[in-house]
Ligand binder design. Structure first.
Ligand code: GAR
Length: 198
């Protein structure tokens, strides 16, 4: 059974999808804790499923490195097999990444390496691409640069707003993330720092 800490910053719909999947006894992963960098609305899902949560707010620390160290201490106190960034909107400091990668994955709302960063959906729309999508990848020291595990394409429709396109991406993203975690738990996806690009 794969034990997971999920990190979120926002609404937590990907977290909810993982919690719902893990509620099935057949699903080979369990969420042991949920962490956040703020009082995120999505923490309510942790509470609803009876999963402990913790919040480590960057402004309470002198610098990013010490914030990262406390976040790492909180995560490691759960001894997870895997850490999943599901809408966690902060760049993780090098010590955090070094301690956990490659057992540290992120879901990103674009077909990386296209449109990394915090505004992937807006950037894809601005670029006028016909297709964008979702990527689940291992987190490395860069911003959305780690080895790609799985991707799925989502078409951009005429007149899409950023919200509409992101909602459509998130529908696909939730499925892809639940499937990726299943495949990791079943060793169909290997987490190595040299995972090849999909
Ligand atoms: C997801 O689309 C996730 O890929 C994105 O934030 C959303 C969170 O949704 N993350 C990033 O953009 C990271 N660069 P959720 O809170 O409803 O799961």
């Amino acid at each position: 059974m794969l034990s997971i800490v999920v990190l979120i910053s926002g609404g937590g719909s990907n977290l909810r999808a993982l919690l719902e999947a893990a509620a099935d006894a057949e699903y080979p992963a369990r969420i042991v804790a949920v962490g956040s960098d703020n009082d995120a609305p999505g923490l309510e899902y942790a509470e609803a499923f009876g999963i402990p949560s913790f919040t480590v707010v960057p402004t309470a620390f002198a610098d990013r490195a010490s914030w990262g160290d406390e976040l790492l201490a909180q995560v490691e106190s759960w001894s997870p097999d895997l850490v999943v960034c599901a809408g966690f909107m902060r760049i993780l400091p090098p010590r955090f990444v070094a301690a956990l990668s490659p057992n540290l994955i992120n879901t990103h709302p674009a077909l990386l390496p296209a449109f990394p960063g915090a505004h992937a959906v807006r950037d894809a729309l601005a670029a006028g691409v016909a297709e964008t999508g979702v990527t689940v990848h291992i987190v490395d020291e860069g911003v959305d640069t780690g080895p790609i595990l799985v991707q799925r394409v989502v078409p951009v429709l005429e007149g899409d707003t950023e919200f509409e396109l992101h909602e459509r991406i998130k529908t696909v993203e939730r499925d892809l993330l639940v499937q990726a975690v299943l495949d990791i738990a079943n060793n169909r996806i290997a987490l190595t720092s040299r995972a090849s690009s999909a």
